[in-house]
Design a protein around this ligand. Structure first.
Ligand SMILES: [Zn+2]
Length: 954
């Protein structure tokens, strides 16, 4: 391919920077000899293997303001002992609680916090991955602590007892999440296979039993599997490579190499037992979906020829004649997507087709499954064609050529995970590397997409069930798929199925149109349409950009019918434009419509064909559904509203908190009633009204010139008109905090745990207060976590946060707890606040200086990519802050904050009985008998409707 040849020259810079990287034009080779990085990546890389066998990727980036490291261990739940299921995950928790060199259980978190860092870890089937990010000057000390986890974790018996409660709280939180229940069932039905095991662990599986002691087994698991030869390490920092290498060796060479065999699973599945099944699954959320799952051999080693991607790409296309198109056309489905995961069950992977059904589709699920199978037959017969390889390869190459930097934390995490799965030289590009068209590899996957390897999932509230999941909320029933149904799949389809045609939107030019600028230009001011333009300051070499087109309207803010209609409009538009959206994605662009004070149409990605994309997007912008389509959209809307009530409690609590702060929030019941009242005529009228009553604002950020934006404007003036009926830009009003006003929302929820969000507002508005809250929060958060989680084990999700309500600032605590009712939890919060006041009094100048410095470092951190850079500009633009300086003002205010300021802030808010307060208490089903907490001077509400009668917004 021509495009690839051009890459060599650009990559020379990398070659000189580091001899062990290679430009990506060597990708005709299946596996590269040297590390391949994007031509757009000017960082220096090195790969090496330590004496103890740890593979390492080093990334030296002189401009990095934070350093990060991730270490993955090639073991996960597949190797949990059956006597202590959840062990791999539980050990992941235990590792953070002290080592020989750093024995204090709270030291690590405190160290990371005060040095502007963050840390985390996750456990999955075959991997446990740990990461840390920290200020550059603390990197060496951080590595000393981090590496000690893998050398000499203390695994204190007393914390062994405690931490299982945190794991239990984590399980309690996820128990009602359908993803986890369904994934557990999918593994549970694999017969005697290690993937069967319980991922998270809880008090039932973790603990002392007759023949198994938790502490002893924890130590045994650590001693057995935490061996350097199955570990992979990735590091990013501002240091030169040589220095990084020295650090890697100094800190990680000491991890013991126990020379264990790689923990692999070889258990064969018995497809006679597990295949050809239909699983009826009754989830918590009201969904109507159908999944066609094929279990395939783990073919991770074929990553360079991407057979799974190839097949999924064809299966999920939206062109004329695709399953997505024909089934939508019939009104049977709302969406269809296909994806694959090569090691989903360890030594087996999956290729999954996920379908959202309509009510009509619910009645014809066999037809839908047959259509998928018939399309697979078509792919087998005619689809293994190199033209699709060319298209996918061009798309992946384009993405990789202009690959942007990410946050250091997620970057090392991904690298350390990739290193477990792919050759070291492909740690960076594994997902983009499509070396050649391999007909045989594709056929091998297609050959496995058979009834024997298949499980069809019928997922809805109305499924027949005869069994209950053990660790999760979910019921199911398994049956065999009949031979006659299987036979029907070999018949010709009732639809005119065809393979996709070529993509029209792939970029042909990567020309750069502008030089870097610091200022936002107000480039057009019409009566109705206004436009702003800014090119990138730091990423002007990216031929990409983002255009936001905002149809700002007051209608959906206070008119509930207008609000619901706008949501339904967005839903129907997305279905209508699915083909365009998918085509744009393949071409490296994004198209999205959302509703918020009107409608927002966003275009993003490569700019070359964005105008063409806009033209297509504006064609049929108002939708004209049939009665059936409208009914289906209303059904989806109502279920989505109801399903919000099934979210885990602390998400719901934050949702409710946000609703309290803004005007224009409605209760679920009101929204559902409004949706039920929508007719074809009222919907049409609502679209007309919104189409007519708005101001159009456009903001182009990135690779655009004035002429581009003028073209956008002229298209919009053509579509929406030049004259406006609405004369002012509108936003939803904010709660106006008043002294002694304490709004308390007490509500029962349909999930098990209790969640509380308890916020105190500073009575004085301004940036000084916002900045002070930010610094105080960083101290409070850590104390809350140490006390309420590490020591008292009240929750998995607990902490402190700071926030703003328009110009006001606020600080608060939050928790989701499986062990306390609302009143008990609130009184623990209240007592904790007093304890914290003592701690704050003892804060030294030195400690304060460190917290402040790390807060400032976070605030001032340079954006990593175009989207990061644009974000604060868009935020100000939406807020109508057209001086675009709110971030700058916050930074300036933060520079001035003193230790006394944060103490005073605490006194004026949390310690101040008359400070305005918002308090959300959600009581889960497990705590029905427990009381809510009444607060002094409270304005008690149980719904939004009640709120608006009692409280003022502006
Ligand atoms: Zn966990």
């Amino acid at each position: 391919m021509k495009k690839l040849l051009a890459l060599g020259a650009i990559s020379l810079g990398i070659l000189t920077a580091c001899s062990s990287t290679t430009p990506s034009n060597s990708s005709s080779q299946l596996i590269a000899d040297n590390l391949i990085v994007s031509p757009n990546d000017d960082r220096a890389y090195k790969i090496l293997t330590l004496d103890n066998g740890i593979d390492v990727v080093l990334v030296s980036d002189p401009s990095a303001e934070k350093s990060a490291a991730a270490l993955s261990v090639g073991v996960g739940l597949l190797h949990d002992p059956m006597t202590q299921q959840g062990m791999a995950h539980y050990l992941e928790h235990m590792l953070f609680l002290g080592t020989e060199k750093y024995p204090d259980p709270e030291e690590y978190a405190a160290f990371v916090q005060k040095n502007g860092g963050s840390h985390n870890a996750y456990t999955w089937l075959d991997v446990t991955n740990y990461m840390v990010k920290i200020n550059n000057d603390a990197f060496d000390e951080a590595l000393d602590r981090f590496s000690d986890f893998f050398k000499s974790a203390k695994l204190y018996p007393e914390y062994t007892e405690k931490e299982k409660n945190a794991v239990n709280a984590e399980w309690s939180m996820r128990r009602e999440m359908d993803f986890f229940g369904q994934f557990k069932l999918a593994r549970g039905l694999l017969g005697e296979h290690p993937a069967n095991r319980f991922l998270i662990g809880n008090l039932e599986t973790l603990g002392d039993k007759e023949n198994s002691n938790l502490h002893e087994e924890t130590v045994a698991f650590y001693n057995k599997y935490y061996s350097s030869n199955i570990m992979k390490l990735a590091m990013v920092s501002n240091m030169p490579l040589a220095e990084m290498e020295q650090k890697a060796r100094a800190h990680f060479s000491g991890i013991e190499n126990k020379q264990i065999p790689e923990p692999v699973v070889t258990t064969k599945l018995d497809f006679d037992q597990i295949g050809s099944k239909r699983i009826h699954y009754r989830p918590n959320k009201d969904v109507k979906s159908l999944n066609v799952e094929f279990i395939i051999e783990n073919n991770m080693s074929d990553f360079a020829v991407k057979p799974n991607y190839f097949v999924s790409y064809l299966l999920s296309n939206e062109m004329q004649g695709s399953p997505a198109q024909v089934l939508k056309d019939k009104g049977l489905i709302a969406s269809l997507s296909a994806s694959a995961s090569a090691n989903h069950y360890g030594n087996y992977g999956v290729l999954n087709v996920e379908i959202e059904l309509t009510d009509q589709g619910m009645e014809q699920r066999e037809v839908i499954v047959a259509t998928v199978m018939q399309y697979i037959n078509l792919i087998k017969e005619q689809g293994v064609d190199s033209k699709y390889f060319e298209e996918i390869k061009t798309s992946l190459d384009n993405q990789f050529r202009f690959l942007e930097k990410r946050d250091e934390f997620s970057y090392v995490s991904t690298l350390a995970a990739n290193m477990q799965d792919y050759p070291l030289t492909h740690a960076v590009n594994a997902n983009y590397h499509f070396a050649k068209f391999d007909r045989q590899a594709v056929k091998q996957v297609l050959d496995q997409l058979t009834p024997q390897s298949m499980r069809v999932w019928y997922i809805s509230k109305n499924e027949p069930v005869d069994s209950k999941l053990h660790f999760y909320d979910g019921e199911y029933k398994v049956e065999s798929i009949s031979e006659s149904e299987v036979a029907s799949w070999s018949k010709p389809s009732e639809f005119a199925l065809s393979l996709p045609s070529v993509n029209r939107l792939l970029p042909e030019s990567f020309d750069l149109k502008t030089a870097a600028t610091n200022n936002v230009e107000h480039v057009y001011e019409g009566n109705r349409v206004q436009a702003w333009l800014k090119s990138s300051e730091r990423f002007a070499e990216q031929p990409k950009g983002n255009i936001e087109i905002f149809l700002n309207s007051e209608l959906p803010i206070n008119n509930i019918a207008a609000r619901v209609s706008a949501s339904i409009w967005v839903d129907l538009y997305e279905i209508e434009k699915a083909k365009l959206i998918t085509e744009a994605q393949v071409a490296g662009m994004g198209l999205n419509l959302r509703n918020s004070n009107g409608l927002v149409l966003s275009l993003s990605g490569f700019t070359d064909k964005q105008l063409k994309l806009l033209d297509e997007a504006l064609k049929g912008f108002t939708v004209t559904p049939t009665q059936k389509q409208l009914d289906q959209a209303i059904d989806r809307y109502i279920r989505a509203v109801k399903n919000k009530g099934k979210q885990i409690p602390y998400y719901q609590a934050f949702d409710a908190y946000r609703q309290l702060t803004r005007e224009g929030s409605f209760d679920a019941e009101e929204l559902i009633d409004a949706a039920k009242g929508i007719t074809i005529d009222s919907f049409k009228q609502a679209q007309l009204d919104l189409f007519k009553n708005n101001l159009v604002r456009v903001f182009g950020y990135g690779n655009y010139n004035k002429a581009d934006i003028e073209k956008v404007v002229s298209r919009l003036e053509h579509s929406f008109g030049k004259q406006a009926d609405q004369d002012q830009y509108v936003r939803a009003g904010f709660w106006q905090p008043k002294l002694n006003e304490h709004v308390v929302l007490q509500k029962d929820v349909d999930v098990a745990d209790v969640a509380i969000v308890d916020v105190s507002v500073h009575p004085v508005k301004g940036y000084a207060q916002k900045a002070t809250a930010l610094i105080l929060k960083n101290h409070l958060r850590q104390k809350a976590f140490n006390t309420l989680r590490t020591e008292e084990q009240l929750a998995y999700a607990v902490g402190a946060f700071s926030t703003s309500i328009d110009e006001y600032s606020a600080i608060g605590l939050f928790i989701q707890t499986p062990v306390k009712g609302p009143q008990e939890m609130q009184s623990r919060f209240d007592a904790f606040k007093l304890e914290y006041a003592e701690e704050l009094n003892q804060l030294t100048e030195e400690e304060f200086a460190q917290i402040k410095a790390s807060t400032l470092a976070n605030l001032k951190e340079e954006p990593k990519n175009l989207a990061d850079e644009a974000e604060p500009y868009f935020a100000d633009w939406y807020k109508d802050e057209l001086s675009f300086d709110s971030h700058e003002r916050l930074v300036q205010a933060a520079e001035k904050v003193t230790k006394d300021d944060i103490k005073r802030y605490f006194e004026k808010t949390i310690m101040n009985e008359s400070a305005p307060r918002l308090n959300v208490q959600l009581r889960g089903s497990k705590f029905k008998e427990h009381a809510f907490a009444d607060l002094p001077n409270q304005t008690k509400i149980s719904s939004m409707k009640e709120l608006y009668k009692k409280v003022k917004y502006k």
